[in-house]
Ligand binder design. Structure first.
Ligand code: NAI
Ligand code: CS2
Length: 479
């Protein structure tokens, strides 16, 4: 068991983290724990969950906030105990005031977030705060008792300003392009609805560094909890099993200091966007391709999809011949090598990453993973058949669920049902989904090429199944 040795009795809430899910425990908490080893004063993290069940927070508090991370490569296993968590709370149980109090403690220097794409309550196309979002509507009428993460951040910053406490940096660690800019815009949009002076103060005093985060940390299952027990000899309801790879690229723009995460392997840079775009399109875009087309082909896990030579070759094509060609910036990176590393990571048989997990919240993921690169490739006259298959796979995935009456794990579930008329032909139903502007902008009415190519892919999957469709569509000459 790997274990750090710094004195954790002195840990305070230097970082408050919103969204204490699997990813935070397997990524930022590990970096903080490892970097604490070389710091004079270790940084503590206080985790807050605004939603979901209280079980995790209760279990953490009953085990001194210590938890296990089991890291698995294809051939080796490392078990670590993570010691950087100083405390945790769950607002549905303890009330939102407890969270506000935590964020307004004088020593808080960073508030970090992994609240999923939908947690920012923004419109995925315009990237601005969605004022019609029910949580935001609630918080604008009750700003002192917010329910959303954005409302909580603004309320905490209002109090800090009033009490002349120093501001904190807001660090989004979600898979969103330019996540710092998006978070800043959401916070400023919210604050300016309430108080222009507060919005101006936030604009001047608070920073929102962008990050690229990477480590595959699947949702835990009973089988994976059994893996922890088998590897360590004890059960840990707060542990996670993840891959051994990890990467963190961070814009170095903090108002109140930061841990030396670079001592644990993080990279501090001026501009994180090129790294984010590369990772979001090549890794996450391929994940979504496999999530939809892999689940249509009957696969439960990503590693099973990768054992299928047709899907394996298709994602390599998508990474190298499409997504890589949609990128702008020269990182002096060998994209073939990056793609091969991604393929090897996806093949790791010990990482039980469900296609159904990645398929969740597709309406929030498609714009950055598929739609933006599709538009860029069209402008560059580069074929984008793999992306069309990804979008067509999503259409089938949603329509299949709707035709069975299943609820989709997606904030637009009700909108899908409202738009789809069961009596329509399958392409008419797909067409209705393609008109959702928060996902597709105005492509349905303004881009005949987009509609034709997605239709070709959609019909091919319907007629011949995923394998034949991949073989057929990837041969097309669409530029
Ligand atoms: P999880 O399901 O374990 O945790 C999600 C967390 O987000 C929970 O704490 C939940 O309370 C919170 N949350 C969900 N909706 C929210 C909302 N509307 N407002 C406030 N909080 C909300 O998921 P996990 O694995 O921790 O992933 C979370 C995010 O981390 C992903 O969506 C992604 O953006 C990012 N990420 C995840 C990776 C992974 O492999 N799991 C890798 C890279 C990034
Ligand atoms: C996945 C990501 O759930 C998803 O949408 O694509 O969470 C992926 O596992 C991570 O970004 C890997 O860093």
């Amino acid at each position: 068991m790997e274990k750090t040795t710094y004195n954790r009795q002195v840990l305070k809430a230097d970082i408050v983290h919103l969204g204490l899910g699997a990813f935070h425990r397997g990524h930022q908490a590990v970096y903080t724990d490892l970097s604490n080893e070389s710091m004079e004063s270790p940084w503590g993290i206080f985790g807050i969950n605004l939603l979901g069940s209280a079980d995790l927070v209760d279990a953490l508090n009953s085990q001194q906030c210590l938890f296990t991370v089991v890291e698995k490569s294809a051939t080796a296993t490392t078990c670590r105990q993570v010691r950087a968590l100083a405390g945790a709370l769950h607002t549905p149980a303890s009330g939102i005031q407890a969270a506000i109090n935590k964020l307004t403690e004088a020593q808080v220097k960073i508030v970090s977030l992994t609240i999923t794409e939908k947690g920012y309550c923004t419109d995925p196309q315009s990237r601005r705060l969605d004022l019609a979002n029910p949580l935001i509507r609630h918080d604008l009428t009750s700003p002192r008792a917010p329910q959303s993460a954005i409302g909580l951040l603004v309320e905490a910053l209002r109090i800090r300003r009033e009490k002349a406490l120093s501001p904190f940096s807001v660090l989004s660690c979600d898979n969103i392009p330019a996540n710092g800019v998006l978070t800043r815009n959401a916070v400023l949009d919210f604050a300016s609805q309430l108080d222009a002076g507060l919005a101006a103060w936030i604009e001047q005093q608070v920073t929102f560094p962008g990050t690229m985060v990477d480590r595959i940390v699947p949702a835990m299952t009973p089988e994976q909890f059994a893996v922890i027990e088998a590897e360590t000899g004890y059960a840990d309801p707060c542990g996670v099993v993840c891959e051994d790879f990890r990467q963190w690229v961070i814009e170095d723009n903090f108002v109140a200091g930061r841990p030396q995460w670079d001592n644990a392997g993080a990279m501090f840079v001026q501009d994180v966007v090129p790294y984010e775009e590369m990772k979001l399109r090549m890794l996450n875009g391929s994940h979504s391709f496999l999530a939809y087309n892999g689940s249509l082909a009957g696969y439960e896990f990503i590693s099973e999809c990768m054992a299928d030579p047709v899907l394996n070759a298709a994602v390599f094509h998508l990474m190298v011949d499409e997504q890589a060609k949609s990128l702008d910036l020269d990182l002096h990176l060998d994209v073939d090598q990056y793609a091969r590393l991604l393929i090897a990571r996806f093949c790791n048989p010990h990482i039980k990453h469900k296609t159904s997990q990645i398929a969740m919240d597709g309406s929030q993921k498609l714009p950055q993973r598929a739609i933006d690169p599709w538009r860029t490739l069209q402008a560059r006259k580069v074929q984008r058949n793999g992306l069309s298959l990804l979008i067509a796979g999503w259409l089938h995935f949603v329509l299949d669920a709707v035709s069975r009456g299943q609820t989709l794990a997606d904030p637009l579930n009700d909108e899908f049902y409202a738009r789809v008329t069961p009596q329509d032909s399958s392409w008419e139903r797909a067409h209705a989904l393609l008109q959702i502007e928060s996902i597709f902008g105005t492509l349905a009415s303004s881009n005949a090429m987009f509609m034709n190519e997605v239709r070709q892919a959609f019909v091919a999957i319907e007629k011949d199944g995923v394998h034949a469709a991949i073989n057929h569509v990837l041969q097309q000459e669409n530029v």
